[in-house]
Design a protein around this ligand. Structure first.
Ligand SMILES: [Zn+2]
Length: 462
């Protein structure tokens, strides 16, 4: 959280300027020749990994002005000089070496602490004839870096992740990289929710300042304790992350699931990266979106509830006291230390026909879509991505439900294999509204229903 390197007793910091090929300490230029700078740059870019002499040579010159042959001895000389320079300024950063591995940039503390000691200098301070860059306006994510740009497309900075991100998630999860302006300054920072390809590393939210330096990092975790007092396995994963304003300012809200078990929750994270459990659910929380009850700003969440073995959606005020999923169902799926409050409404979706025929425990409520006056909770209703789309008002009042296009195919396939004894037109499930179980603090659990949209068989008067 502290950018100054506090506990290390040092105030200064190295800055590396790729554009001007310069290294600074505490604002003062360090005298390096071109070879020394390039060697330092590749060690910085690869850090904290080791690079062999061969790799250093390759990388230092592959993107250089013109490829030329360089003796390995010049790398050794450069490293000797760089070591003297680093040692003269800082006890916390050095170039380490290991037989058969090569060299690496090393610093005190964790791998992710690098930016306490050395950061990439923003182009803003370079003294060229170009106009100064504007605020951060666009982010691009690769498996190894996030790069910040201003509105004109000028590159402001790049940040290298402590470990490569998992392939495949970057296109699928657009919410993993977003601009967040905690203080309404017009100068947002970058919020990146990383899932690493090394599955032993926990998911991590990284908040980068407008200048591209790490402001804070937060690993996926929760202080929730199981009913029997046991800690949950360290297998927490971020399912969805959104910024949303409260009366105390902008917060980041994160939906979590524990992939080694059943538990899930919502974290509320402030501008300094301090997190608290705001909603403890008896199952995974998969998605978040803004809602309102009258004029109260709320958050709507969806996922699964293992106490009832059903998908759910719920709504609570962003300034409400922390809360837990309502009582009932199998007591196994409670927490010892779940917050005492309750949500404003909690809805269980039914176990629908095909899910039952397929002998699946429940369909997942794994995302929501939102339009001006609709919240649409998507609940799996068959294999092959078929789902029911439950439409609600922004205060989570049921409106209507309809099946996705491929539901019809899933139904027909089961007719043909005689696992269903009727065609879709005669489906008893579509003949009447779907039942909901609804919980509110005033009424407790009670029955509700949601009608089908565009259904010729729907009940008269609807
Ligand atoms: Zn049917």
């Amino acid at each position: 959280m502290d950018e100054s390197g506090g506990g290390f007793g040092e105030q200064g910091k190295f800055e590396i300027d790729f554009d001007l090929q310069c290294l600074y300490y505490d604002g003062t230029l360090i005298d390096l020749d071109a070879t020394e700078f390039r060697v330092f740059r590749v060690l910085y870019e690869a850090s904290p990994a080791y690079l062999s002499i061969t790799k250093i040579l390759e990388r230092a010159w592959e993107a250089g002005d013109s490829p030329r042959f360089v003796e390995p001895s010049s790398v050794h000389q450069s490293i000797a000089k760089l070591r003297r320079i680093l040692a003269a300024h800082s006890r916390s950063i050095s170039i380490a070496s290991k037989r058969h591995r090569g060299y690496r940039l090393a610093w005190s503390g964790k791998d992710s602490d690098r930016d306490r000691f050395i950061v990439q200098k923003s182009l803003r301070e370079s003294s060229r004839g170009t106009p100064p860059p504007g605020p951060l306006a666009h982010l691009e994510l690769s498996e190894t870096h996030v790069v910040g740009f201003d509105l004109s497309g000028a590159r402001l900075w790049s940040y290298r992740f402590p470990s490569p991100l998992r392939r495949g998630i970057l296109d699928r999860d657009e919410w993993r990289v977003q601009l967040v302006d905690f203080h309404d300054s017009g100068n947002p920072g970058a919020l990146v929710t990383a899932k690493f390809s090394d599955a032993r590393k926990p998911d991590s939210i990284i908040f980068l300042k407008p200048t591209g330096e790490v402001a804070w990092m937060l690993d996926a975790s929760s202080d929730l304790i199981d009913r029997d007092g046991g800690a949950f396995p360290r297998a927490w994963a971020f399912r969805h992350v959104i910024p949303y304003r409260t009366s105390q300012g902008m917060m980041v809200w994160a939906a979590l699931a524990n992939d080694a078990g059943w538990s899930g929750c919502v974290l509320r994270i402030d501008s300094l990266g301090n997190a608290m459990t705001h909603f403890a659910n008896g199952g995974f929380v998969e998605w978040l979106c803004p809602g309102t009850i009258n004029t109260t700003e709320c958050l709507v969440i969806c996922g699964e509830n293992n106490a009832f073995d059903l998908p759910f959606a719920a709504i609570f005020g962003v300034d409400d006291a922390p809360c837990s999923s309502p009582p009932g169902g199998r007591p196994r799926y409670r927490y010892r230390n779940g917050p005492a409050g309750f949500p404003r409404k909690y809805i269980l979706f039914p176990k629908t026909e095909i899910i039952d025929v397929l002998a699946r425990p429940y369909g997942h409520a794994n995302r929501m879509d939102q339009s001006e006056d609709n919240l649409i909770v998507q609940v799996e209703s068959a294999d092959l991505g078929a789902h029911f789309r439950y439409h609600f008002t922004p205060s989570l009042e049921p409106k209507y439900v309809f099946p996705s296009g491929n539901y019809e195919f899933a139904h027909r396939e089961l007719e043909q294999t005689h696992r269903l004894d009727h065609c879709l037109a005669d489906c008893p499930e579509l003949a009447r509204p779907l039942p909901l179980r609804i919980w509110t603090p005033h009424e407790g659990w009670h029955d509700g229903a949601i009608r089908w949209r565009d259904n010729p068989w729907r009940e008269a008067g609807e």
